[in-house]
Write a protein that binds this ligand. Structure first.
Ligand code: HEC
Length: 128
């Protein structure tokens, strides 16, 4: 019994050392959350870096200045804001009933992308 306890203690030393080393890699909480793919970071959403790239890659092929399906043009901050304000963008990306699920003919956005968009709206749709 005693030797087993000793072995456990010996195993714990490297384990604790490793845990301390890992916890020291990140010097502030924000970096830790931003770099961790398992955590969806939704604080202080940026229109330019967090939101518009999502819209550009999955919506503009059908909702731009030159091709506005259903009359909906969300190219650029002003156009996107107009439609985001009415709540319709959040409804379509969340696949709510009563609206057409978007993006059309493509996978639903990840939970994290949807959370980021909704957070940006909640944070006042900043043009940042
Ligand atoms: C492949 C083309 C295509 C893509 C990509 C696409 N849409 Fe659409 N969208 C359409 C068409 C066509 C309609 C109108 C037909 C319909 O309502 O089913 C529409 C309708 C809409 C509507 C009105 C829905 C309603 O029920 O009133 C909104 C809002 C919208 N799209 C937003 C988006 C957003 C946001 C994205 C990206 C996440 C997106 N769309 C991606 C083609 C597309």
């Amino acid at each position: 019994m005693k030797t087993m306890r000793k072995e456990i203690t010996l195993l714990l030393i490297p384990a604790i050392t490793l845990a301390i080393a890992i916890s020291c890699t990140y010097h502030n909480e924000d970096d830790y959350f931003k770099d961790n793919p398992d955590i969806c970071y939704t604080d202080d959403m940026s229109f330019k870096t967090d939101i518009y790239p999502l819209i550009e890659s999955s919506c503009l092929s059908c909702h731009s200045n030159t091709n506005a399906s259903r009359g909906i043009n969300i190219e650029g901050y002003g156009n996107l804001k107009t439609h985001a304000e009415s709540g319709i963008i959040s409804k379509v990306i969340n696949h709510e009933s009563g609206v057409s699920a978007m993006p059309l003919y493509a996978d639903k956005w990840s939970d994290c992308s949807i959370a980021k968009f909704d957070a940006w709206v909640e944070q006042g749709m900043k043009n940042n």
